[in-house]
Write a new protein. Sequence first.
Length: 339
Amino acid sequence: AGGTATYTLVLNTQPVADVVINIVSGDVTEGTVSPASITFSAGVNGAGANHWSNPQTVTVTGVDDLLGDGDITFTVTNSNPVTTDAAYAAVIVPDVTVTNTDDDTPGVSVTPTTGLTTTEQGGTTAFSVVLNTQPTADVTIAVVSNNIAEGTVSPASVIFTSTTWSTAQQVTITGVQDAVQDGNVVYTVSTTTTSMDMGYNGVSPTTVTLTNTDDDTAGVTVTPTSALVTTEAGGSATFSVMLNSEPVNDVTIGMTVSDATEGSITPTSLVFTSMNWNTARNVAVRGVDDSVQDGDIPFTVVTQPATGDASYLGINPSDVTVINTDDDVAGISLTPTMG
């Protein structure tokens, strides 16, 4: 992050000629040096920063990179003195070992990770993925839904390179339709990272939590529920029954007739499964004959509360009103009417 460290050089004895020491960083991608050389003067007068008896400071400055490469050790080389002083020309100046501490940590940023919603009508949402540091090799992030019956992802993976690592990529999640009243369902999408860059290979996965909102409501449709007509001569009428959403378990709906002297039904119960729930089932209503001139008599096909599947338990479908028309006329038959 640009932090600095220093060390000093000073001669032990007065030289007979100026002494120059060149200073070189062994890895300029990790640290730079200043100054690049220092000179010690051979003068007797102790005044002046370059006098041989005055320590001179070398500053080493850390160089920032975007790699999560850990703490890097490098060497600052102090050259052997450049001088015509034979004694100092033979001196070996020690090198300096420096460690540049890393401030980059490999990781994957996923935003946001909560509060996302899809819908069963195919409504979508999205989150973004980006690397925290520059990788040394391509990084592939697989994206997986834990419940593809509720939400699917696109794309199934994203790839970051050493040049695209800092550009966020978007993942879109699409809600999946079903026909079951299963409520708003929570599911997750997780990321898994693989790379030849060991700093990124196997980075802890990130989990995104989503909710797929339900658009199904358990119910029973009865059609029609009125204006049905039967006759005492055995004339019949029909109505249909169908579920509004797919059940998880079978649904049974029983039926009775309010006045069995006027009408009968076939069948007296219906069973709906996850396979036939949306197929209309017909119920036949047949008039019952009597010998009484009692006029047209209304009666009701009474539907019973549904049993079986939890989402349908207790739902009471609409009853059906029927009129059974009379075929009897009051009168007296006289036989014979002649001699």
